[in-house]
Design a protein around this ligand. Structure first.
Ligand code: UN1
Length: 497
């Protein structure tokens, strides 16, 4: 292993070492012998330099015409496309999910970049009549300044792109701290920005732990927007950190997403959906299907089909195209998953499939666990209530449609939900009554597309949405402009009576 590559921070257009002089290893969760590279353990000093660079770059970047900013993003998207396979392979190596999924992750970044590039020629405001004669009213979007991003490891390049691309098109500048487990994907993104001539300082990256530098990224007066994706616990702290100075704060947090299967649902389709929703990305998605509620009339039949299929899922190194599910991201996540399996057993849930760590041979070098399904879940159990972020599916039954809706909403979170039914009336009623930010009919809870708003209700978010034009509202503020060409004083609400 003599030749381990050393990666640096990207500040003001330069690749620089942290002033801490310290680095950390990024390891492959499917094979802990493999070190992906060493990365900078950044400190406060590094973050302040990055914020300084972003604040300086903002002075010019905000004045670059948005279509010109868009042209750079088009080029960035094209280069990401050219490098898609290479980047995706590296993402699988550092994150563990299967290569088909990391190709999807990179594609999601490409889609978002093209989408936001196009916004460069839109960024629509409104014009509207004035209540006065000879007066013109309009609204324009204005950027805010420096944005701090703290991003998770489960979508190592897509989620950074969801934040960076709308921020840039609106005219802001960026400091990003990628997750400690997956910095290489964001290094690749920085390389692409550099290669396509994004001006120095417009995007900056510091690696390292959130505990060490997160506060500086949030507290500094020059930072005007903070966007965070991760746990509700940390999100609350981020929100509190932003509150005293009224910073824009966009939070994407936990989920406990439900799939409802009605007795008239297509069970073959529902089984496919549940497998993909629960075990895709090893269950490590905010959108993962973690609660499955099945009408009692079809419960046993669907469970038999589901367990048979779950037992056949091939778990292993995600670079092997025949593998269906990769490892957990790290030891601590594996420990969490295993502890929830114990909690499930203790609480009296019935283990229907999986339920243990995979060992022996190559498995011993990674954080592998079997796809796990518990039945007999009740609404009091922790498996029903708490986000696990791993391949553990909790299954319960219901008798009536009304009960299914009540159960679906019985959660602190509100990201995504799904219903499988052939009855259009039930589909629309559920769409209306399940209180989430995302809803699927005859499809699992995962798989959002970049041109629709992404985010959730209740403890999943704080009212903002990522992606689509909704993201522009996080990264710009409205300015209402009144142009009076009457040549005289016209008092609103008074002179028009
Ligand atoms: C996440 O889990 O944080 O909708 C993002 C999906 C993906 C994004 C998930 N497009 O499942």
């Amino acid at each position: 292993m003599g030749n381990i590559k050393a990666y640096k921070n990207f500040i003001n257009g330069q690749w620089v070492a942290s002033s801490s002089g310290e680095t950390f290893n990024n390891i492959n969760p499917a094979n802990t012998d493999e070190i992906i590279g060493t990365f900078q353990k950044s400190n406060k000093d590094d973050v302040l330099k990055a914020i300084e660079a972003a604040a300086e770059a903002y002075r010019k970047w905000r004045l670059v015409p948005a279509p010109k900013r868009g042209e750079i993003l088009y080029r960035v998207a094209s280069r990401l496309w050219e490098r898609k396979e290479e980047i995706s392979r590296d993402t699988t190596r550092e994150m563990g999910k299967v290569i088909a999924e990391t190709r999807g992750d990179t594609q999601e970044a490409i889609d978002m970049t093209f989408y936001m590039a196009g916004e460069g020629r839109r960024l629509f405001g409104q014009t509207t009549p004035s209540e006065m004669p000879n007066k013109f009213n309009m609204t324009v979007r204005q950027p805010l300044g420096v944005c701090s991003f703290i991003t998770p490891w489960n979508f190592p390049i897509a989620i950074p792109s969801w934040k960076i691309m709308p921020a840039l098109i609106c005219g802001n500048t960026v400091v990003i701290k990628p997750a400690t487990d997956t910095p290489l994907s964001v290094v690749h993104l920085m390389e692409v920005f550099e290669a396509e001539g994004l001006p120095a300082g417009v995007v900056n990256m510091v690696t390292g732990s959130g505990g060490a530098i997160g506060n500086v990224m949030i507290d500094d007066d020059r930072v005007r927007v903070v966007s965070f994706t991760g746990s509700t616990e940390i999100g609350r702290k981020v929100s509190e950190g932003c509150a005293p100075k009224f910073k824009h704060c966009c939070l994407e947090m936990g989920g406990k997403n439900v799939m409802i299967v009605m007795d008239d649902g297509n069970l073959d389709l529902a089984v496919e959906g549940a497998l993909w929703g629960a075990f895709g990305t090893t269950g490590q998605r905010c959108t993962a299907t973690s609660r499955l509620i099945i009408h009692e009339k079809v419960h046993d039949k669907m469970m038999a089909m589901l367990v048979e299929r779950a037992n056949k899922l091939k778990v292993g190194n995600g670079l092997d195209e025949t593998v269906n599910m990769g490892p957990c991201i790290n030891q601590s996540q594996l420990d969490t998953v295993l502890s929830y399996i114990e909690i499930g057993k203790k609480e009296g849930a019935v283990l229907a499939s999986g339920g243990q760590r995979l060992t022996g041979g190559a498995y011993d070098k990674g954080f592998f666990v079997k796809p796990t399904i518990f039945t007999g879940i009740t609404q009091k159990m922790r498996l029903w209530r708490e986000e696990i972020f791993g391949p553990v599916l909790s299954v319960a039954t219901f008798k009536t449609f009304e009960q299914a809706i009540e159960m679906a909403n019985d959660t602190a979170y509100g990201l995504s939900a799904a219903i499988y039914t052939q009855d259009i009336n039930k589909a629309y009623t559920a769409m209306r009554d399940v209180y989430t930010g995302i809803f699927y009919v005859n499809a699992p809870t995962i798989g959002a597309e970049t041109h629709l708003p992404f985010g959730g209700t209740k403890e999943t978010g704080n009212g903002h949405r990522e992606a689509a034009t909704a993201a522009l509202d996080v990264f710009s503020e409205w300015k209402s402009v009144y142009v009076d060409f009457s040549g005289k004083i016209q008092r609103a609400q008074i002179d028009n009576q």
